[in-house]
Design a protein around this ligand. Structure first.
Ligand code: SAM
Length: 227
């Protein structure tokens, strides 16, 4: 019952990992990984009571209470350093929220866990956070499922900050090299959105010419990339 999106995320979790899945909702991802015997321990973190109860329910139903622990906490506060977490997944949220959770939880990243992040939108914010915090992208994926497009970013801590170009930050260094159908569709949709905003601004009584010019530049950039 795991979505293709989360199966792809699961593929990046190293064998035997000690995982924290933040914003776990039903804990489907850690439960799946535990049933596959791919992880040795997992925390399913949730900040909202309902999803936290969903996670507890799923863990009990699958008989995984020795392997997966649901915790009610905000972001990385679900992690204690003595849990020795080596892999963190944060999936199904906007990029700015994912970046914010990482930023607020920096004290829980001192052991430099592998980060597997799945932003629904705003992946640029995630790439910026990673770059600023000495995390290097080692893999990226983009996929379409049920009419939505998802990105998966995998990053590891490195001794030196890795600088991405402006295009790489926006489009993704690996995704830019591949440009699969999901990538093209995503950026066609983005371009259409920009076009609509420009039309609205042009129709507005106020003078938005500066903003319109910026948006037109963004559209040109997208066209440069996807044709
Ligand atoms: N990770 C699952 C997935 O990808 O299918 C669930 C995604 S669901 C759309 C997002 C979940 O993140 C919600 O259950 C929400 O309560 C939780 N969430 C949002 N902000 C959070 C935070 N700061 N800390 C922990 N969980 C959070």
């Amino acid at each position: 019952k795991l979505s293709q999106r989360l199966i792809r995320v699961a593929n990046y979790v190293p064998q035997g990992a000690r995982l924290a899945d933040i914003g776990s909702d039903h804990a489907y991802l850690p439960a799946y990984l535990a049933l596959q015997k791919q992880i040795s321990f997992a925390i399913a973190g949730e900040v909202v009571k309902g999803p936290y109860e969903n996670a507890r329910h799923e863990i009990l139903q699958e008989g995984l209470q020795d392997l997966v622990e649901a915790r009610l906490a905000d972001g990385l506060a679900a992690i204690n350093l003595d849990d020795e977490i080596d892999t963190i997944t944060i999936c199904g949220m906007g990029g700015p929220l994912i970046a914010n959770i990482l930023e607020k939880g920096k004290d829980k990243l001192v052991n430099h866990p592998l980060l597997i992040l799945q932003p629904n939108v705003g992946s640029k914010d995630v790439r910026l956070w990673l770059q600023t915090n000495q995390y290097e992208l080692i893999s990226e994926e983009i996929l379409a499922e049920d009419g939505h497009i998802y990105e998966i970013l995998v990053a590891r801590f490195v001794p030196q900050r890795q600088e991405l170009s402006a295009d790489e930050l926006t489009f993704g260094p690996y995704l830019l090299k591949d440009k699969n159908d999901a990538f093209i569709t995503k950026w066609q949709k983005e371009r259409e959105k920009l076009q609509k905003i420009i039309a609205q601004l042009q129709a507005a009584p106020k003078d938005y010419s500066v903003r319109i010019q910026e948006l037109e530049q963004e559209m040109t950039k997208i066209t440069e990339v996807i044709g």
